[in-house]
Design a binder for this molecule. Structure first.
Ligand code: GDP
Length: 232
């Protein structure tokens, strides 16, 4: 007898999330903390190039979700985030460092860039990281919250070091995505199949600065993207 067809609630939902924000705000550390439950001591972390990609499965509102979470892997240091990095994302995590006003003031620029590359309905969360550095805080919580509200983003403060707020940040984004079926449902099969392909091509450390892709190339097709052999 043929197996019974899966009900919709049993189907795996593929979601692509991105981390963006200035260099050194803690993007890789947040991803490591969330996905691997790991924290690298400050001196070791600075020696790493970036985590760049993780796949994480979780259940949200009774739906199975497979998240592919992409880190910039240091591309932002060269001011060259590629268009393919943004393509097909359903959620974006904008990170600043609560002890660096400069990183907070860079958020409008990151949002501007997002407007160019992702549809408006993509879920965005502003994450004020390094909450453990309360003693050197430069951005008050209220200011972060107000900015997030003004720009239609969710908001949370977190610390990759102590793990406070980290799961919450990822959960909040995914929950909002699940509440927005136009981002992943049958209405948008392309987005979810791209995320699935990305997830299938995943794992581990994939790039070094030498192989970092060059400037934004909007003429690049999905096929081009796959032929370069990275996870993006
Ligand atoms: P990225 O360039 O945005 O990916 O930032 P990294 O994850 O490489 O972190 C940059 C530096 O900040 C490293 O030395 C980390 O150890 C440190 N860092 C990251 N997150 C935190 C945090 O929550 N608290 C503290 N105190 N340091 C952090």
């Amino acid at each position: 007898m043929a197996p019974a067809p899966q009900s919709r609630s049993q189907e795996l939902i593929n979601v692509k999330l991105l981390l963006i924000g200035n260099s050194s705000v803690g993007k890789s550390s947040l991803l490591l903390r969330f996905s691997d439950k790991q924290w690298l001591p400050e001196d070791e972390a600075s020696a790493t190039i970036g985590v760049d990609f993780r796949v994480h499965k979780m259940e949200v509102k009774g739906r199975k979700v497979k998240m592919s979470i992409w880190d910039t892997a240091g591309q932002e240091r060269f001011r060259t985030i590629t268009a393919s990095y943004y393509r097909g994302a359903q959620g974006v995590i904008l990170v600043y460092d609560v002890s660096s006003r400069e990183s907070f003031e860079a958020l409008p620029r990151w949002l501007n860039e997002l407007e160019t590359y992702v549809p408006a309905e993509v879920v965005k969360i502003v994450v004020g990281n390094k909450l453990d550095k309360e003693y050197s805080r430069q951005v008050p919580t209220e200011e972060g919250k107000a900015f997030a509200q003004l720009t239609g983003c969710l908001f949370v403060e977190a610390s990759a070091k102590t793990a406070v707020g980290v799961t919450e940040a990822f959960n909040d984004v995914v929950t909002r995505i699940i509440d927005t079926p136009s981002l992943w449902g049958e209405e948008n099969p392309k987005a979810s199949s791209k995320a699935a392909k990305a997830a299938a091509a995943s794992t581990g450390r994939l790039r070094t600065p030498d192989s970092m892709p060059g400037n934004i190339d909007l003429s690049q097709t999905l096929d081009d993207e796959e032929s370069v052999g990275c996870a993006c």
